[in-house]
Design a protein around this ligand. Structure first.
Ligand SMILES: [Zn+2]
Length: 85
């Protein structure tokens, strides 16, 4: 289930992307927002992954809206964390 879209890979110059969906973890000042099902563009030639500016902007908007209690997240997850040093 993928559709091809027009684009231009700055890495290899290919003109074909494939749209896929992935989990995107946005982080800002030690706070995180996990965004499942984020659309990404994958270069069919070299495999580089690109995020559309509009997509990143919307994720950022939601992050701050949730942080400022203007919007509610779908749910919270708990993440284990361990410092390396
Ligand atoms: Zn490429």
């Amino acid at each position: 289930m993928s559709k091809k879209t027009e684009g231009h890979c700055p890495f290899c110059g290919a003109e074909e992307y494939e749209v896929r969906h992935t989990d995107y973890l946005y982080s800002h000042d030690g706070d995180y927002l996990l965004v499942p099902n984020t659309p990404v563009q994958v270069c069919t030639q070299c495999g580089m992954i690109f995020y559309e500016a509009a997509v990143l902007k919307e994720i950022e908007r939601r992050f701050f809206a949730i942080k400022q209690n203007r919007e509610k997240p779908d749910h919270y997850i708990q993440m284990p964390s361990a410092n390396f040093a």
